[in-house]
Design a protein around this ligand. Structure first.
Ligand code: HEC
Ligand code: HEC
Ligand code: HEC
Ligand code: HEC
Length: 141
């Protein structure tokens, strides 16, 4: 390679890495905008209203507590993708975890929401646990 070609390659590599860093920053800026409230529909018992910012900002819960890392059975196509894009009503192989199981077991005694709520309630908080209608409400449809 001539000296000039080396220089051109270096400039190009620098521009590439700069572009990549910029793209990462943009993704993070977009990701920070979580919806304030999400109403999860699907259950015949009624929709579940989930206060996002109350959980993340006020209670300082990390995003990846719920938005888990990509897994091989079905890789993510974007950060913070909807759970229901992958966890469908009925799980079809290679997926094993259907919608309900992504959130809780049949009696709502375990799961991402309930585990934390039980731990918080043991410390005197009042977060909804196995009383179905505390989360699933007919008015949230
Ligand atoms: C306690 C659990 C929990 C935490 C913590 C959490 N999220 Fe979420 N998030 C959810 C649920 C549940 C949904 C709704 C998913 C669905 O509709 O299937 C959601 C939806 C989203 C969506 C909308 C996805 C779409 O395409 O509609 C974005 C964006 C998002 N979250 C970003 C974040 C960010 C950023 C953080 C951290 C600052 C965060 N979330 C923390 C549970 C959580
Ligand atoms: C891009 C697809 C995808 C998205 C989006 C997604 N998951 Fe998953 N999830 C998977 C895969 C793949 C597995 C592993 C295979 C299985 O259990 O079906 C999994 C497994 C799980 C499990 C089983 C326990 C474990 O960790 O292995 C839970 C619980 C879960 N996800 C909850 C959620 C919740 C809650 C959300 C939304 C906040 C979510 N997932 C979003 C793909 C996804
Ligand atoms: C890491 C802990 C944690 C996780 C995970 C979590 N929560 Fe909570 N949640 C809390 C705390 C703390 C409270 C407030 C209890 C209080 O103030 O007495 C709460 C309260 C609530 C309430 C009552 C209204 C409100 O927002 O104050 C609802 C509804 C709720 N959570 C839904 C959910 C759902 C749905 C999920 C799962 C997608 C979830 N939570 C996951 C900690 C958590
Ligand atoms: C802490 C809140 C919470 C409690 C308590 C709770 N759930 Fe859920 N449940 C959810 C969330 C969030 C989802 C996902 C959104 C959806 O599918 O409606 C869900 C999903 C489900 C689904 C799957 C619906 C579908 O779309 O396939 C069923 C069935 C269900 N719950 C039944 C129950 C029953 C029965 C109880 C009481 C024993 C209960 N839930 C208690 C939060 C809760």
């Amino acid at each position: 390679m001539s000296a000039q070609a080396v220089r051109r390659t270096l400039v190009f590599a620098f521009a590439l890495s700069f572009g990549a860093a910029f793209a990462v920053q943009q993704v993070q800026a977009q990701a920070a905008k979580e919806p304030k409230t999400v109403v999860l529909k699907g259950s015949p018992m009624g929709g579940v209203k989930f206060e996002h910012t109350l959980h993340t900002k006020d209670r300082n819960i990390k995003c990846d507590t719920c938005h888990h890392a990509s897994k091989p059975e079905k890789a993510k196509t974007s950060d913070y993708q909807k759970c229901t894009d992958c966890h469908t009503k009925v799980a079809t192989a290679p997926m094993k975890t259907k919608t309900q199981a992504a959130f809780h077991d049949p009696m709502a005694k375990k799961g991402v929401c309930v585990d934390c709520h039980l731990a918080e309630n043991a410390k005197g908080k009042k977060a909804p646990t196995s009383k179905c209608a505390d989360c699933h409400k007919k008015e949230h449809v």
